[in-house]
Write a protein that binds this ligand. Sequence first.
Ligand code: NAD
Length: 444
Amino acid sequence: MADRYLSFTGTAPGRFLTRRLGLPQPAPLQRWSPERPSLMGDRLLLTAGKSDLGLTDADARTALGRDLTTAPCGKPAAVVLDATGVRDVETLAEVHAALHPVVRSVAESGRIVVLGAPLESADHHQAAVQQALEGFTRSLGKEIGRGRTVNLVRLADAHAAESTLRFLLSPKSAYLSGQVIEVGSAPADVTAPHDPPHDTDRPLTGRTALVTGGARGIGEAVAETLARDGARVVVLDVPQAEQDARRVADRLGGTALALDITSPDAGARIAAALPDGLDVLVHNAGITRDRRLVNMPAEHWSSVLDVNLASVLRTTDALLESGTLKRGGRIVATASIAGLAGNAGQTNYGASKAGIVGLVRALAPRARAEHGVTVNAVAPGFVETKMTAAIPLFIREAGRRMNSLAQGGLPIDVAETTAWLADPGSSGVNGQVVRVCGQSLLGA
Ligand code: NAD
């Protein structure tokens, strides 16, 4: 379902009218394309406090990679503020001092990434001001406008965060704002033999990725994006969608697997179909059966919980225990902002997606320690797919606009986030639930 309002506000009369009426003015987002793989503008490295990272501009260039801002236009498009050295309220003022003069000039669809210190070892003064960075980031994200995003990365080691910074400072993260992402160290046991990636354009070369529900919508975009990044993809979907799954797989040079993920033997059948093992497991299949609890039949409850949560738990266990999921592997599950904030008419769906968050947080440390596998989740907000096209008009329009970017996301936005989590360079990202929601007001 096309966003006609977004197209209208892109015209001169549309801009005039919406400005006069005080209506939202969504900026067209710059997304990744082979023709425009980088942000348009300069890069700027700022510091607040005495940084422990010792990030020099040269380091930043290496850590931030070559994806960044190759087309100088006199305005910064990628601003990194190293605030890891902020330890008290006085030095917190340097955050204001660094960004206040710059914010106005940040290019359209530009990125601000604030680097913060991990909270675990901080005393209460340092913890207070490092936590303050979170409120700062989320507030700036809500006011900055013009398709610009602001995110906070808590990190101990700039090099472990390379893939994360490369993603956040690229057009691939167009719909991700107001997020706090923790990046730990990248232990050798979650790093496959050929890490770090030799080719940042195709970091998944030589890897196999399975995408459940890959025949359409977000899953199809995930399969496409992982294939773009070099993976051999296996597109799993229900037998009724086999033709579509095959069409997607053929286009991407992958294979289709017709399988209902709720089958008790789904894990065993996936393992049998992948004798050489699996590197990336994307749990994307999901359904909704919306009703308020008073009207909800038990079948609506059980089918949603079975597809969205129980089958994820079962297949994850089976593929880890059988060793199908290889060392250095990645699990990316799909939550939803409905699971974080709750949504009327979705007690079943909200429960299932909150369950995914619980699964990710509990399994991540264990899967890393025992199997060398990272476990993360994407939590989409309003994404333009057949699922959201079925929502009644007024509720759909509210869902689309109620975020800092005043528009819905596209399947590609969730897919790019999944590809970053699947990247061999993302070993330090574990147990994270990353919202891809344009900083939705729901549960913000
Ligand atoms: P979609 O309905 O367009 O696609 C879902 C796919 O999953 C379909 O191809 C379907 O056949 C498949 N599927 C369903 N049950 C299955 C089963 N038992 N076994 C195998 N495959 C099965 O949905 P979408 O909008 O692309 O959503 C994808 C994921 O993102 C879902 O988990 C959904 O809950 C989540 N999500 C979507 C949005 C959004 O705005 N679209 C928001 C938050 C979360």
